[in-house]
Design a protein around this ligand. Structure first.
Ligand code: PLP
Length: 453
């Protein structure tokens, strides 16, 4: 992919309207210069200057089946012809079928779906369900986590994005999850990290009061905060602690569910069955907003006679659910979950390990399936991060420079803090994936210049 840095001649109408009238998420409108996207196909999208970007972000890690998948577009069109919208207290074919298919691919015993419009709202409802089910109020959540931007979900998140919304919601207590490369527990290896992280969680439960805790809310694989794959045994240990104390285990799979990690749900890697799973993004690859909570029989039974007090006007929207039906069909028929697992093992892992060997700026590589991170450091011995925690402005310059190097070769990167996250659409073919990895390898030379050794 070659890209030409075309001078912007006249701002397009889209750009002018955007600059004049839109406040984008998580942005200051005077500083943002958004790329105006005019089209997309498969693993590429095209901007108004004619540049074709290889999408290694899947946007916000959601466009799993790639852009403009014809079967998905057609399903939305057909549903629009048939029934665009209907109140959530009615049943309809698209929403019913979507729920059945989601239950089919979810871990055994999770058979009932509560639909939402996205991930944060799924988290809000999972918390409410856990509280009503247990009659307890407290929610334990990890420091390195992101659960969404609505009031309750941001309060339940662990990363700095919650700071401007504080004091947030009462009833949230936090713990440290495992992170072998930067262990909070001074662990020497993954096994020790697992044991110590579980002991710390057990202590946290004790000091918070086991009978006050409704749920442990946890990302099965931590996404936005670093693609942190838990050591073997960790999620099983969390499950056991929940069982021992009557605590609801909520696995937030908004980012990692639906094949991203090479299994239908990331928990499937360890055969752990949570009580509630939150999902969104990959359920229909983001073509129409959709999310939800999948629940087990015990929580489903809580709301068999007693009405569940929650739900928005567009819950289970037919267009979004028709997109989910088509998307799950695509995952199955194109065998994308297996494809993602194979690409991770056979292509991405070896390529990243070679980068770890070759580049002084690469401190750690980790991931599963089609979801990986490269952690950039100044020094592989001290592990000093390439930029300080939560860096902004000039402090963050080396990461901006690195992202720009990726962009120069036509790759759209997902950069967070001192990391590059790799999350291409699951439909990516091996040759294109290798092209993208070669671009990253090249761009890392730019980062290498900031290393102290
Ligand atoms: N939970 C996790 C793990 C996420 O990664 C995200 C978004 O990135 C959310 C929840 C929030 O989802 P949404 O932005 O659809 O509200």
């Amino acid at each position: 992919e070659s890209t030409v840095d075309v001078e912007r001649a006249v701002p397009s109408q889209a750009r002018r309207d955007d600059r004049r009238h839109i406040l984008h998420s998580w942005s200051s409108h005077a500083k943002l210069e958004p790329t105006v996207v005019v089209g997309a196909q498969g693993v590429h999208f095209v901007d108004e200057e004619g540049r074709r970007w290889l999408d290694f972000s899947s946007q916000l890690v959601n466009v799993n089946v790639g852009h403009q998948h014809p079967r998905l577009v057609e399903a939305i069109r057909a549903q629009a012809d048939k029934l665009c919208t209907i109140a959530p207290y009615h049943a309809n074919e698209a929403t019913s079928e979507a729920a059945r298919l989601i239950a089919e691919v979810a871990p055994d015993g999770l058979d009932r779906v509560f639909f939402t419009n996205g991930g944060a709202e799924a988290v809000e409802n999972a918390i409410r369900m856990a509280r009503l089910h247990t009659g307890r109020h407290k929610i334990l959540t990890a420091y390195r986590s992101y659960h969404g931007a609505t009031a309750g979900a941001i309060a339940a998140s662990g990363d700095p994005r919650r700071w401007p919304s504080e004091p947030g919601a009462p009833g949230i207590a936090r713990f440290w999850g495992p992170y072998p490369y930067r262990s909070s527990f001074h662990a020497a290896n993954e096994r020790e990290e697992c044991e110590r992280a579980l002991a710390h969680l057990a202590d946290t439960i004790m000091v918070e009061g086991p009978k006050t805790i409704a749920a442990i809310l946890i990302e099965s694989v931590v996404g936005a905060n670093g693609v942190l794959v838990p050591p073997d045994g960790y999620l099983r240990g969390v499950r056991e602690l929940c069982d021992a104390h009557g605590i609801v285990m909520i696995a937030d799979e908004v980012m990692v569910g639906f094949g991203r990690c090479g299994e239908w749900f990331a928990v499937d890697h360890w055969n752990v069955v949570p009580d509630l799973i939150t999902f969104a993004k990959g359920v229909n690859s983001g073509y129409v907003p959709l999310g939800g909570v999948i629940m087990n029989e015990a929580i489903s039974a809580t709301f068999a006679e007693r009405a569940y007090p929650g739900g928005l006007t567009y819950a289970g929207h037919p267009l979004a659910c028709a997109a989910a039906v088509a998307c799950i069909g695509i995952y199955r028929d194109e065998d994308l979950v297996t494809h993602a697992r194979r690409l991770g093992k056979e292509v991405i892992a070896p390529a990243l390990l070679a980068m770890l060997e070759r580049h002084p700026s690469v401190g750690d590589v980790r991931g599963l399936g089609a979801f990986w991170a490269i952690e950039l450091v100044r020094d592989t011995t001290t592990r000093e991060p390439m930029v300080p925690f939560n860096a902004a402005g000039a402090d963050n310059a080396p990461m901006i420079e690195f992202a720009n190097a990726c962009k120069q070769y036509g790759l759209w990167p997902f950069v967070a803090s001192n990391r590059l996250h790799l999350a291409p659409p699951l439909v990516i073919d091996e040759a294109t994936l290798r092209d993208g990895l070669a671009i990253i390898d090249e761009a890392l030379s730019v980062a290498d210049r900031h290393c102290s050794s």
